[in-house]
Design a protein around this ligand. Sequence first.
Ligand SMILES: Cc1cc2nc3c(=O)[nH]c(=O)nc-3n(C[C@H](O)[C@H](O)[C@H](O)COP(=O)(O)O)c2cc1C
Length: 160
Amino acid sequence: MQLKFDWLIVLENLRRGIMVTDTTLDGPSGPRIIYVNSAWLKMTGYGRHELAGTTPRLLQGKHTDRAVVRSLKQKLLNRELFHGQTWNYRKSGEPFLMNWYCYSIYGERPKPIYYVAEQEDVTEIESLRMKQRLLVNPNDADALSFFSVLDEWKSQRKKG
Ligand SMILES: Cc1cc2nc3c(=O)[nH]c(=O)nc-3n(C[C@H](O)[C@H](O)[C@H](O)COP(=O)(O)O)c2cc1C
């Protein structure tokens, strides 16, 4: 097996968004973004140059579920794998449903050296699922609230 290869080209061509941060979880400036791949930039609309000194909180907004991000923090502190989804926002302000895994990366020592996230926009597939739920029950609260987030953005955009 070949261990020497161009890992950056591989990361840049993965279909999922990849984000690597440092391990400072406390305070407003952490965790700091160290690297994101091209799929992540495409998904969020940010440019690489805009990310210096920022944290993944730049993706959060009005409909981001605080319980989900609290759970991420707790899982990382417990050295467990996080998997969850919540509303995040592109640079344009458009909401999208982020589905992601997040976990620690270890070097030679038992302390984590990076946190990494594998991230995917699942808005489209979730829209289909929610439409089906509305066919079964037109009052399905989760489905109605899902579409109200997207409708809110569409009407804001029309006004602006
Ligand atoms: C590697 C990594 C990726 C993260 N990705 C996201 C993300 O995509 N969306 C999000 O809402 N929060 C994400 N977070 C969570 C926030 O950065 C922050 O840790 C979380 O909001 C909890 O901290 P707080 O309660 O101080 O805000 C990520 C955190 C890490 C470490």
